[in-house]
Design a protein around this ligand. Structure first.
Ligand code: NAD
Length: 536
């Protein structure tokens, strides 16, 4: 392992589901997962599988709401806090475990994910309503996170480069923070939940993970993986339950050293308040990592390749039903090419087929009834704010499920609600711009700043967009979704969050605190500081 360096890191390649053998294998894995529907799954606290003291809840298949994926535990406040206590106990030894050893657990976990890949995809198809490729991209990203963060932990173990000063020997090391809470969303139920746990853990911290109640099965799979690789008890804890009872009990606890949150702006701002309020018994500032929503735009300039732009807009807006924080929910087009592009996008949108994720339709269901209500209410708003060009209603399907037609609105004002607020569903709003200036100004006019795409064939304009388009992840001449670990570190500006850049070289630093040490030589002490490491 130690001869592998970060420079050799390669992203996991997605499976090719056009290959009939791979497609058949995925279908078989889905049938096997379906045969396991309806079982009860426990939480994982301090290395034990435990029942919830507040009962259970069900996870439902969004493609067919008659089907129950499984039942999951409702933790009591006491149980959630006991997980935090277990995490602190485990921290006592985990913090001193050598980085290489910690990294090895992650690399082993990556091997387990590779082995269980089809099965993990199958659970994502079933519980989140992803099509095969979207599910596989999520699983592949999980593998990437594990390997990338493993290498990063080893790199950071060398500490920060400092110089000796006037006879003093100096060293600055990175040490972990302690026990913290990771709260993840349902839309990348595997990669994000896994990455948000693996990064702090490999940096020497311990974690209580509370995944979304919409996708608890994937959290359960992650707990199984960490158990299989023999991660010491208490280092990773998996807790499920009510947001207020469990989520807030954990985040408000004086013992929570860090809160790592990925989710909506509304809950994220609440987390920021919780993190900022010192409670009795608290001896530190809570470190907050908060990755939130977006109102991402694709800007198409007058000299763009219109066919390419149309293809990429449809992928960016409607991939996984637009339920990506990076989804392109605004399409800002310079007026000379507006009509041509609109026509092409509408044509491509109208042919998208919507149906059961297990049958690998390009578009599956949205996640739950709450999402349906929210998206449909924005579609009603859109009908007043713009011209409905495609979609606009629930899709007709065989199953009872949460299916919404991919929807395009034209002639939307830049300050309309559907041009400013995150809808988080299959809806994109076309906005007309006069020229490049106007288009970039509109693109930068929301309170978010997560991703953006820009289409042009003019190097000067591209250079300008690279400079002036204010988003955390900017893509030229391609869609605005699909960041790769190690290649496109991910995170956004402004109300899109702390821009911690998951999958980037700075990410682990959010879970570390540097300690600067100076040793002045003394004639009676025979030691040299530079050999000192926190974990040895
Ligand atoms: P959400 O904010 O509703 O929930 C996120 C998590 O917070 C879930 O686990 C939920 O159970 C928990 N939660 C909710 N209320 C809580 C409370 N009071 N205390 C503690 N925990 C609480 O978001 P969601 O619907 O799960 O996910 C979709 C959102 O996430 C979108 O806004 C999307 O843009 C965003 N997102 C952002 C990124 C990113 O990297 N920036 C990535 C994925 C998703």
């Amino acid at each position: 392992m130690s001869d592998i360096t970060l420079e050799k890191f390669e992203n996991e390649v997605y499976l090719d589901f056009n290959d009939p053998t791979i497609d058949a294998a995925q279908k078989k894995a889905i049938e096997e997962a379906r045969a396991g529907f309806g079982k009860e799954h426990d939480m994982y606290i301090n290395g034990e599988w435990v029942k919830g003291e507040s009962g259970t809840f069900e996870s439902i298949n969004p493609s067919n709401t008659n089907e129950v994926i499984g039942s999951f535990q409702l933790a009591s406040t006491e149980q959630a806090l006991s997980a935090l206590d277990a995490a602190w106990e485990a921290f006592e030894t985990w913090q001193y475990t050598p980085a290489k050893e910690r990294a090895e657990y992650l690399l082993k976990a990556a091997d387990v994910v590779k082995r269980r890949r089809m099965e993990i995809n199958a659970w994502m198809v079933s519980e989140a309503g992803k099509n095969y490729l979207e599910a596989d991209a999520d699983t592949a990203e999980g593998i990437d996170f594990l390997i990338y963060y493993a290498y990063e932990a080893m790199r950071l173990d060398a500490g920060m480069q400092v110089k000796d000063s006037w006879g003093d020997a100096n060293k600055t090391i990175y040490m972990p923070l302690g026990a913290g809470v990771s709260i993840s969303p349902w839309n990348f139920p595997f990669a994000i939940t896994l990455g948000m746990a693996a990064a702090p853990i490999v940096a020497g911290n311990t974690v209580v993970a509370k995944p979304s109640p919409d996708t608890p099965k994937l959290g359960h799979v992650i707990a199984e993986i960490f158990e299989e690789v023999g991660l010491p008890k208490g280092v990773f804890n998996f807790v499920t339950g009510e947001n207020i009872e469990v989520g807030e009990a954990l985040t408000t606890s004086p013992k929570t050293r860090f809160i790592s949150f990925t989710g909506s702006k509304a809950v994220g701002l609440h987390m920021a308040e919780i993190a900022g309020k010192v409670v009795e018994g608290q001896h530190f500032l809570k470190r907050l990592v908060c990755e939130l929503g977006g109102k991402n735009a694709t800007v198409v300039d007058a000299d763009a390749d219109i066919d390419l732009a149309a293809d990429e807009i449809v992928k960016g807006a409607f991939g996984f039903q637009g339920q990506k924080c990076s989804a392109g929910s605004r399409t800002i087009v310079v007026e000379s090419v507006y009509d041509e592009l609109l026509e092409k996008v509408v044509e491509k949108t109208k042919v998208l087929k919507v149906g059961d994720a297990k049958d690998n339709y390009p578009n599956g269901p949205v996640v739950n009834q709450k999402a349906v209500d929210k998206i449909m209410s924005y579609i009603e708003i859109g009908k007043k704010e713009g011209r409905l060009m495609a979609g606009g209603k629930m899709a007709d399907t065989e199953n009872p499920g949460y299916y919404i037609e991919p929807t395009v609105f034209a002639d939307v004002a830049e300050d309309a609600r559907i041009a400013q607020e995150e809808i988080f569903g299959p809806v994109t709003a076309f906005i007309k711009a006069k020229d490049t200036d106007d288009a970039l100004r509109i693109a930068n006019s929301t309170q978010y700043g997560l991703t953006g795409a820009y289409f042009s064939r003019d190097p000067k304009k591209i250079e300008r967009a690279l400079r002036e388009y204010k988003v955390g992840n900017l893509y030229i001449n391609r869609k605005c979704t699909g960041a790769l670990v190690g290649a496109q570190p991910f995170g956004g500006f402004n109300m899109s969050g702390t821009d911690a850049k998951a999958g980037g070289r700075d990410y682990l630093l959010y879970f570390l605190q540097p300690k600067s040490m100076t040793l002045r030589p003394h004639k009676d002490v025979d030691m040299s500081l530079p050999e000192f490491s926190y974990t040895k």
